[in-house]
Design a protein around this ligand. Structure first.
Ligand SMILES: *[C@@H]1O[C@H](CO)[C@@H](O)[C@H](O)[C@H]1NC(C)=O
Ligand SMILES: *[C@@H]1O[C@H](CO)[C@@H](O)[C@H](O)[C@H]1NC(C)=O
Ligand SMILES: *[C@@H]1O[C@H](CO)[C@@H](O)[C@H](O)[C@H]1NC(C)=O
Length: 229
């Protein structure tokens, strides 16, 4: 079945407006019609179809007003294409979790305003601070279980952020005071290299120690109080 899809021309790919590649299903919508294929359990990704899609820069030139991209739980390798930053229109969500994506998050993604971002369980490295910013309206960000390495204290969080999961990375610096002003429903910064006092206020003390544990030297409630220097 994937072979059938792979024989389609790039022209078809360029007008895809919705794509969901689950473990067992492939749903693709193009030009207003949605087609769904249930993949036999023997099919494994990356299929030729998917690889063609992945490297096809035309893929990024969607003109639909609204679309969502679910590429999670596949076996995608390589890095996130720079061309993903050229998506047009409203972008409700970009879901790339549970793959084997490596390399840096392309700077072009910083131009977009996603509703939700899930890049968890990949091998992404470097900076992710471009995904945040005062003018963004992103509510949910899950970057957990990657190799990301950046200074958390320099991140300008948008006030819309309600859920942030960055556990298991190499993120350093301290938790910025700004985080006390966010209406967070969920937070997990555990298993990083953070240091310093957890700011007091907002929702930060409503989370238990497992939100903060296994960092270099975070201290203060709900962790142990900071030692006086
Ligand atoms: C898209 O759909 C419209 C209406 O069904 C049709 O007229 C048009 O030719 C289609 N375009 C392509 C590129 O298939
Ligand atoms: C946010 O928006 C304001 C007002 O439009 C603008 O002045 C500012 O430069 C923007 N900041 C960023 C980081 O884009
Ligand atoms: C945070 O993530 C760690 C690592 O996955 C987990 O052990 C812990 O229970 C999580 N805590 C919360 C509050 O989600």
């Amino acid at each position: 079945m994937t072979r059938k899809f792979s024989s389609k021309s790039n022209k078809t790919l360029a007008i895809l407006t919705f794509l969901l590649l689950g473990r067992e299903t492939l749903i693709a919508a193009h030009n207003g019609t949605r087609s769904s294929v249930t993949l036999p359990p023997t099919v494994s990704f990356p299929s030729p179809f998917l690889l063609t899609l992945w490297i096809n820069t035309e893929f990024a030139c969607f003109t639909a007003k609204s679309w969502c991209l679910h590429l999670d739980r596949n076996r995608l390798t390589g890095s996130i294409p720079e061309s993903f930053g050229a998506f047009q229109g409203n972008v409700p969500g970009l879901y790339l979790s549970h793959n084997q994506l490596s390399g840096k998050i392309p700077a072009s993604l910083g131009n977009l305003d996603f509703g939700a971002i899930d890049f968890s369980r990949n091998k992404l490295e470097g900076d992710a601070s471009i995904l945040f910013g005062p003018n963004k309206t992103t509510q949910i960000v899950d970057l957990s279980r990657n190799l990301l390495e950046f200074d958390l204290s320099k991140v300008a969080f948008q006030s819309s952020l309600t859920s942030l999961d960055i556990n298991h990375n190499k993120i350093y610096g301290s938790i910025p005071q700004r985080m006390t002003q966010l209406d967070l429903q969920f937070l997990n910064v555990s298993y990083n290299r953070l240091c310093g006092k957890i700011p007091v206020g907002g929702k930060l003390q409503s989370f238990d120690y497992s939100t903060y544990f296994h960092n270099r030297c975070l201290c203060g409630a709900p962790l142990e109080s900071c030692k006086k220097a």
